[in-house]
Ligand binder design. Structure first.
Ligand SMILES: C[S@@+](CC[C@H](N)C(=O)[O-])C[C@H]1O[C@@H](n2cnc3c(N)ncnc32)[C@H](O)[C@@H]1O
Length: 293
């Protein structure tokens, strides 16, 4: 049937089938939680496959069960695991100067939720190590491939240009075209496969990095993951999203802490209706409600 005659229900059904196939074989997709851009991307690939086969998108989707390479094409289009060391320097500077010094003199627990290939988790480890703190960092991602790469901790030597030179000297071994995070730091960072929509790591975490992951998750699944992560924060802990994702969580009443110009994190406690966006200081004066109202 030509694409023009396909009903919107059939298009939805085709995309659901394709997402289910991707979920089943590769653990990506999350049919029920997939946001619009994921569905659009899947539909584009399905339409190309349908054209190649001379069938409707729905039929192409129904055939996915028997066509592993077609499923892989869809999965590849959904892997947008772009990441890098020291991504968003302002946030790292704020963590180093305004968050780490306020945490009690006990081991710090960090979580990189949606860690991709590990650069974010290792950057946090470098920041904590250079502050002279004891710590452990856990990175989780739903992609097994990403977690395997994160555990290997070996990157292109070009990755060094994103890091402050002192971090490269102290925590990385650069050998020709490869950069590896040093063994000592690697021993303090672990990685697990985990689909945050199904479960979140248990914790008492002091710093949770939940950055550039919300874009994969439709509403309300993304907000639900954020709330579950917030419940795993230490009372003095903070959760970070990418700056562009802050408004989405502000909108669901999670309390904020402004750490620096352009750097807002989320803290334990409910956002009140009268709370100005975003509050001004961290840590809050007198250890209670934050100032700046
Ligand atoms: C763009 S990368 C972000 C990496 C890193 N947080 C950063 O900001 O540089 C997004 C990562 O989130 C992961 N992800 C997406 N949905 C997820 C889910 N439901 N559970 C766990 N990881 C997820 C993807 O596999 C991908 O590796």
């Amino acid at each position: 049937m030509p694409q023009g005659e396909v009903t919107s229900q059939e298009v939805d059904r085709a995309v659901d089938l394709a997402l289910a196939a991707a979920e089943q074989t590769h653990g990506v997709g999350r049919a029920m939680a997939a946001p619009g851009w994921v569905r659009d991307r899947v539909l584009t690939i399905l339409q190309c496959q349908a054209e190649r086969l001379g069938v409707s998108a729905l039929l192409a989707a129904e055939r996915l069960r028997r066509n592993q390479s077609a499923v892989e094409e869809i999965v590849a289009a959904l892997r947008v695991g772009e990441t890098r060391f020291y991504r968003d320097p302002l946030a790292w500077e704020a963590i180093a100067s305004a968050v780490v010094p306020t945490l009690p003199n006990r081991p710090i627990a960090g979580l990189s939720a949606g860690c991709s290939t590990g650069e974010e988790a290792y950057t946090l480890a470098m920041v904590l190590a250079s502050a002279g703190r004891r710590f452990s960092v856990l990175g989780v991602d739903r992609s097994q491939d990403a977690v395997t790469a994160a555990r290997e901790a070996t990157y292109s030597a070009e990755a060094a240009c994103h890091l402050p030179p002192a971090y490269v000297r102290r925590y990385c071994e650069v050998d020709g075209s490869a950069l590896q995070v040093c063994k000592e730091l690697r021993s303090l960072v672990s990685f697990e496969v985990c689909d945050l929509v199904s479960t979140v790591p248990r914790g008492g975490f002091h710093i949770i990095l939940f950055k550039n992951v919300l874009l994969y998750l439709a509403s309300p699944a993304g907000e639900a993951v954020a709330r579950r992560l917030m419940a795993e924060l230490d009372p003095r802990g903070l959760l970070f999203t990418a700056a562009s994702e802050v408004p989405r969580l502000c909108g669901v009443g999670i309390a904020t802490a402004r750490l620096a110009s352009g750097v807002t994190a989320f803290r334990v406690g409910a956002r009140t209706g009268s709370e100005p966006p975003p509050p001004l200081t961290w840590p809050p004066p007198h250890g209670g409600q934050e100032g700046g109202k």
